[in-house]
Ligand binder design. Structure first.
Ligand code: AP5
Length: 213
């Protein structure tokens, strides 16, 4: 099964994509996580991506598309994957479609996690991310067992640089301008499913499971 997660920054795409990956035994692929891992490791790609990310802008398609296509060509993706944060522009979606067409394959579902902008601002300021594995928590809604420490790997939880309030507004406007048109794109292909992302994490996941099953 090949799934795309759509939704504004902070809508809960990553949270749900992780659950989907675990439930269906498919890799959860986040382009944001790939960039953050490159930043942490000080690679040239990471340094270039950081300049865009810290301003709340998208990393250019030329950089992003190659990374994603290389990742989905790996052996663990042969039975499917859940993409979190890709595609984020119509050109990215078209490249992915062309690539899959060439393999006689296609995306099964594009799931839009719908959350209004007002809720997003509250979620982002409370999000804490693991410096090591990228797992995300929320200081109010999704707490780690021990404050400030990742349940998965025991490393420190921090506020992401791009979750500072001054950057979140920019990310939201970039989302509305460049990413939201993908909702129509996948609607026209008949594979769009919208879930109400304002509910509890478990309720959102139950709705997604009902769609995928
Ligand atoms: P990326 O990491 O993809 O960031 P994003 O899309 O902005 O999404 P987020 O990770 O911020 O949010 P999310 O929807 O995954 O929410 P989460 O589950 O964490 O990208 C970062 C940057 O990389 C981009 O700005 C761009 O520069 C670059 N980039 C990445 N991909 C790119 C691409 N394809 N092209 C170009 N550039 C690209 O949840 C948010 C918070 O809410 C958490 O604290 C969580 O615990 C909490 N939460 C989740 N669900 C619930 C719930 N139901 N109720 C209450 N709280 C909840």
């Amino acid at each position: 099964m090949k799934i795309i997660m759509l939704g504004a920054p902070g809508a809960g795409k990553g949270t749900q994509a992780k659950l989907i990956g675990e439930e269906y035994g498919i890799p959860h692929i986040s382009t944001g996580d790939i960039f953050r891992m490159n930043i942490k490791n000080g690679t040239a790609l990471g340094m270039e991506a950081k300049g865009y990310m810290d301003q709340g802008l998208l990393v250019p398609d030329e950089l992003t598309v190659k990374i994603l296509l290389d990742r989905v060509a790996q052996e663990d993706c042969k039975d499917g994957y859940v993409l979190d944060g890709f595609p984020r522009t119509i050109p990215q979606a078209e490249v992915l479609d062309r690539e899959l067409d060439g393999l006689n394959d296609r995306i099964d579902f594009a799931i839009d996690v719908d959350v209004p902008d007002e809720n997003i601002i509250r979620r982002m300021s409370g999000r804490r991310a693991c410096v090591s594995c990228g797992a995300t928590y929320h200081i109010e809604y999704i707490r780690p067992k021990q404050e400030g420490i990742c349940d998965d790997c025991g490393q420190e939880l921090v506020l992401r640089d791009d979750d500072r309030p001054e950057t979140v507004g920019k990310r939201l406007s970039v989302y509305h301008e460049q990413t939201q048109p993908l909702i129509d794109f996948y609607q026209q292909k008949g594979i769009l499913r919208t879930v109400d992302g304002t509910r509890e994490m478990e309720e959102v996941f139950a709705e997604i499971r009902a769609i995928l099953d």
